[in-house]
Design a protein around this ligand. Structure first.
Ligand code: PHE
Length: 455
């Protein structure tokens, strides 16, 4: 079959797209940015940004993806009848490539933790020792590179099978397992002494804790967790039949994403407060705090292992989507070329990711633009390339595609009203671009400068 593949079931698409969305962003990044950004107030902002900005962008990618019925690169030129617009897709492909190169490093850390738990090396340490252990684990060049390679191999093996068999089946099993395991973890966490402190921290907003930086973090977090701005959602929607209800799919994905982020918070913060730990521990939060939390419980390591497995699943389903868009674009959706292309691209991503991997060990002394290689890659992708892509997509959808065509596309498979469409359209045309420009100004360090101008 050399033409466009299609999803086999409606729920398959929703699970795969939700699988792309839910990953390190919701489980690893959300708790630590919420922890540093003030808890409840941050959560509230994240919810507002997800609904007001994420929702129209997600629908925008869905609409043009299904309209174009092609890969990330060709869709733009096809819809605008001018191939010069293909650069938006190329940017997305490039961004996904870089993103997966360091995403796979963190994926590797999860694998190393799983090995550590299975070998009994994580039981019964003190809280400080867990922090030290994290440092030791991520600084060993041999094990981290091997684990990164394993993570990439799993990704390649699944995606090489093709959209239907690979991604869809994997997501169908993984996503429900994720929710169930999370519920168990949350119940465990909530039964701890003093758990309510953590629940309050997460759910009761204290606006005095908000800073301009945490507001922008909440904005970036909303884009990152929904996989927006890199044409991943566009590519997944291109495999859709016209009968799929796009608004309903988007809403399901957004709700699932919010639920997982909330569950992650509810699994982590009660433990953090119950044991008198700090909620603002940063990126190490999950890796150093959770094992300590679970170690204090009966069967703690069994629960931690379950958590790590679902964490790995979630990271993998996101990784699948990143490599899928590159493969679809490079092979121009020719399934005969898929296997070979996936192997070559996956291997290249692994090679490009090695410096990021080593930046916690052998290359930890190397600083570029004041950042380690890993941080620089993350910064480039999360703070520059992804918001830039989202900005371009918002502009493309609202300026280059006719409003009537968009509404007609949205209505296929759904009975969505014109008012809902217009709200999304106006948000996409005006609110989304303005909000993204604010993120950019912050990334360039200009927001403080502008604030002082107005003071
Ligand atoms: N949404 C994914 C996560 O939260 C990251 C991602 C971004 C995946 C962009 C694909 C494209 O982990």
């Amino acid at each position: 079959m050399s033409q466009q593949e299609q999803w086999r079931s409606k729920i398959g698409f929703v699970l795969a797209a939700a699988g792309s969305a839910i990953g390190l962003g919701a489980i690893w990044k959300f708790p630590y940015v919420a922890g540093t950004g003030g808890g409840g107030a941050f959560l509230l902002l994240f919810l507002v940004f997800t609904l007001v900005l994420g929702m129209p962008l997600l629908l925008g990618e869905f609409m043009i993806g299904r309209m174009g019925q092609s890969n990330a690169v060709r869709t733009y030129g096809k819809l605008a009848s001018n191939t010069k617009w293909n650069f938006i897709g190329k940017l997305g492909v490039f961004t996904s490539f870089l993103l997966l190169s360091f995403y796979s490093v963190v994926g590797g850390w999860i694998i190393l933790y799983i090995v550590k738990v299975l070998s009994g090396g994580l039981a019964g340490l003190s809280q400080d020792q867990y922090g030290e252990l994290f440092g030791e684990i991520i600084s060993n060049p041999y094990s981290t590179i091997s684990a990164q390679l394993v993570f990439m191999l799993i990704t390649i093996l699944v995606v090489a099978q093709g959209v239907q068999k690979g991604i869809e089946l994997a997501s169908k099993i993984m996503m429900p397992a994720l929710v169930i395991l999370f519920l168990i973890l949350v119940i465990r966490s909530l039964s701890l002494d003093g758990a309510m402190e953590g629940v309050k921290f997460l759910l009761v907003p204290d606006f005095s804790k908000l800073t301009s930086e945490s507001i922008l973090f909440a904005l970036g977090q909303a884009f990152f967790t929904l996989s927006l701005g890199v044409s991943v959602m566009l590519t997944y929607a291109s495999y859709l039949p016209k009968s799929q209800n796009l608004p309903r799919s988007a809403i399901s994905i957004i709700i699932l994403n919010i639920v997982i982020a909330l569950l992650a918070g509810l699994a982590i913060f009660p433990g953090v407060f119950s044991f008198g730990m700090e909620p603002n521990a940063g990126p190490v939060l999950i890796f150093s705090v959770l094992p300590a939390v679970f170690a204090h419980m009966p069967f703690g390591m069994v629960f931690f292992l379950a958590f790590l497995l679902l964490f790995l699943f979630a990271a993998l389903t996101s990784a699948f989507s990143m490599i899928e868009i590159i493969v679809a674009a490079v092979t121009k959706n020719d399934t005969a070329k898929r296997k070979k292309a996936t192997w070559i691209i996956g291997f290249l991503i692994f090679i490009v990711g090695i410096p990021s991997c080593l930046s916690y060990g052998a290359l930890s002394e190397i600083y570029l633009f004041n950042k380690t290689i890993f941080d620089l890659m993350d910064y480039l992708v999360s703070n520059i390339l992804m918001p830039l892509g989202a900005l371009l997509i918002a502009i493309f959808v609202s300026q280059k595609v006719s409003k009537a065509d968009l509404f007609a596309e949205l209505k296929r498979g759904s009975n969505v009203g014109y008012v809902f469409f217009m709200i999304c359209y106006v948000l996409l045309k005006y609110v989304v671009p303005i909000a993204i420009v604010i993120v950019f100004l912050d990334a360039a360090g200009l927001s403080d400068w502008i604030i002082t101008l107005f003071k």
